[in-house]
Design a protein around this ligand. Structure first.
Ligand code: ADP
Length: 612
């Protein structure tokens, strides 16, 4: 029997895999769920069983002591199990709430370990949205697995108890093959059992179809919902609550534009989907109520007729009726929940696809052990995932240990891409990059700092070597500024978690980012537009300290300020993804080519500016 293109066995394997994975989030929780199910399913039978014993006693020997014993045992057992059940249910609900953070942590750990290139991939982002959305918005995936396991346990346990009760109390002796036409004889014939079985099967079948239909609607709504969530999350959390964009929101009166976007693209489609989902589930509930009324009626008639016939003792009527209706409910619940579990595999598949994505160290393109800080880029071509054209074409470059190289070129010529490849953030499409098996210090232009103390921002860890941090701060010209803070290196950045946090200017933040690179003290130091946000004084200060900052290190320096190239041993000029010139600053300014064009453009710009 295939469902959503999967066989029953494949679905069962997925459910099993899901249960094993669930155990890694919340160990022993499924076992707890099973015990709780067992207890909660036994409780109603105690009352029913005791009531039937009491009725039998009243219609028979009428012994007071026996009646008192039945009632006392029933009450104390029910009480004891109810208390136990309440304790377990509390644990189960607490466990369910712990599932959400555990799940989120798992996804974040995966995102951290994942190949960098996958993080930018639109399909992977959509997958992550779906995986997070399935549990966050509808409790599906691991959430549904949890509750469905509980319902399946309930159904199985309740079914087994009902069958045992029926086997002990409705003997098939006296059952006739045919019947004479009266309801009594029909109920006592095999046809009575046949009709009962048919009603049960039809009811279970319709219920499971109904569940599948409701799931289809809610899954369709969910798939779109993940998109709405990302969209509204972007506006609510990233754009509207970000103080940088708050300036633009005010000055460009973006509020009504954003509200319209959020309404059109999130809330209106979301509420339409929500209505579809609610319509489907209330229709489903109506059908289920109707079915239960019909099956209840049929069971009452059959059991009543059997009692009138004398096949069932008066005390057992209630017991048998309850057992049959419970059995029907167990079967219906089982088929509905099992359908739901199979459908829920759609969510689990997405989860497993996400957590099995390639991880960072799976790529071996870059770190063969060579000379200490040497970098060899050999005929490298590279295309971004999803892009049509190569961003880099046949780039070859050898940087010796300790050499300082500047890479220059117009915007979009591929400088940052080359650096990202050297750092191993992407795998090269063709060719190879080899660097010594050493850590790399990189300062990207789009660095990010944490809302943590300055010291930890620079050490990038919980521990920080204060002398080293002060030394790095001195080199970037931030020592005095940090000394002026009461809390010195303990001074938190930004106000997200501490009202006393300080806001930094763009240039100051960039200096902290460079200090972080200096602190790491790796033999290979890469600075990508490190001075873009600095004022001319600060920039000059950094440039003049460049030799000290990068002493004995292989240094790759990307900058639009060609002036900085004077400090470098060699200049590499890139254009449209290729290296077009190489040489020292003095060599390149004196020959016609891209470099002298750029140099003259900058020089003229300043001359024109001065002249005006
Ligand atoms: P540069 O550092 O020289 O300004 P980049 O290396 O940042 O240039 O970009 C080179 C080209 O690659 C640009 O055309 C840019 O649009 C493209 N590019 C950069 N990052 C990505 C990415 N993540 N996905 C697709 N294309 C990208």
């Amino acid at each position: 029997m295939r469902k959503n293109g999967r066989t029953l066995i494949e679905d069962l394997k997925l459910i099993r895999r899901g249960m094993i994975e669930f155990g890694t989030f919340l160990p022993r929780q499924l076992r707890l769920l099973f015990i709780a199910s067992l207890i909660s399913m036994i409780i109603p039978y105690i009352g029913i069983y005791m009531t039937s014993m009491v009725i039998s006693e009243l219609s028979g020997l009428r012994r007071v002591s026996a009646l008192i014993t039945y009632i006392a045992v029933s009450i104390s057992l029910t009480l004891l199990l109810s208390v136990l059940s309440a304790i377990l249910n509390k644990k189960i609900n607490v466990g369910y709430n712990q599932l959400f953070p555990a799940h989120e942590i798992r996804l974040n750990e995966k995102a951290n370990a994942m190949k960098y290139s996958l993080l930018e991939n639109e399909k992977i982002r959509a997958l992550r949205d779906e995986v997070s959305g399935s549990i966050d918005c509808s409790g599906a995936g691991m959430g549904s697995l949890y509750w469905d396991c509980g319902s399946i346990f309930n159904a199985i346990i309740s079914g087994v108890i009902s069958i045992i009760i029926l086997a002990l109390n409705v003997g098939i002796e006296g059952t006739t093959l045919g019947f004479s036409g009266s309801m009594f004889s029909f109920a006592n014939s095999v046809w009575g059992y046949f009709v009962l079985a048919l009603v049960i099967l039809i009811s279970a079948f319709i219920s499971s179809k109904m569940t599948a239909k409701i799931f289809d609607v809610s899954f369709d709504v969910f798939l779109n919902g993940a998109k709405y969530n990302r969209y509204s999350g972007y506006y609510k959390l990233e754009y509207l609550s970000d103080d940088k964009s708050a300036k633009d929101v005010r000055l460009y009166h973006q509020k009504s534009l954003i509200l319209k976007e959020v309404l059109d693209k999130c809330y209106i489609p979301f509420s339409k989907g929500d209505k579809r989902e609610k319509d489907a589930s209330s229709m489903g509930n109506g059908v289920l109520l109707f079915l239960s009324a019909i099956t209840g009626g049929v069971v009452y008639i059959l059991v009543g007729a059997k009692a009138m016939n004398g096949s069932i003792g008066i005390g057992n009527v209630l017991l048998v009726y309850a057992a049959v209706t419970m059995l029907i409910k167990a079967l219906t619940d089982f088929s509905m929940t099992f359908t739901d579990l199979r459908n829920n595999n759609e969510h689990l598949i997405r989860y497993f696809n996400y957590v099995s994505l390639d991880e960072e160290n799976a790529s071996a393109s870059k770190t063969d052990i060579t000379g200490k800080g040497e970098v060899v880029v050999d005929n490298v071509s590279f295309k971004y995932p999803g892009s049509r054209n190569n961003t880099l074409n046949n780039v070859s470059l050898k940087i010796s240990d300790g050499e300082k190289v500047a890479i220059v070129g117009a915007n979009g010529s591929g400088k940052t891409t080359l650096v990202k490849l050297i750092c191993g953030l992407y795998d090269v499409s063709n060719g190879s990059i080899t660097i010594g098996n050493i850590p790399v210090s990189v300062v990207f232009q789009d660095f990010s700092l944490l809302s943590l103390p300055i010291g930890n921002n620079i050490s990038a860890g919980a521990l920080c070597d204060k002398a080293k941090v002060w030394n790095a701060l001195e080199k970037v010209g931030m020592k005095e500024r940090v000394e002026s803070f009461d809390r010195k290196l303990e001074q938190p950045l930004f106000k997200d978690y501490d009202d006393g946090g300080c806001d930094l200017s763009g240039g100051e933040a960039q200096k902290i980012a460079i200090a972080r690179g200096i602190y790491k003290d790796s033999p290979l130091f890469i600075l990508d537009e490190p001075t873009a946000a600095l004022d001319p004084y600060a920039e000059y200060e950094i440039f003049t300290k460049m030799n000290e900052i990068s002493a004995n290190k292989t240094t790759i320096f990307i900058s639009h300020r060609l002036y900085s190239c004077k400090f470098c041993d060699r200049v590499i000029v890139m254009d449209k993804g290729q290296i077009v010139q190489e040489g020292t600053h003095d060599e390149l300014v004196s020959i016609p080519g891209k470099y002298s064009e750029m140099w003259n453009a900058q020089a003229n710009h300043y001359t024109d500016y001065n002249a005006s």
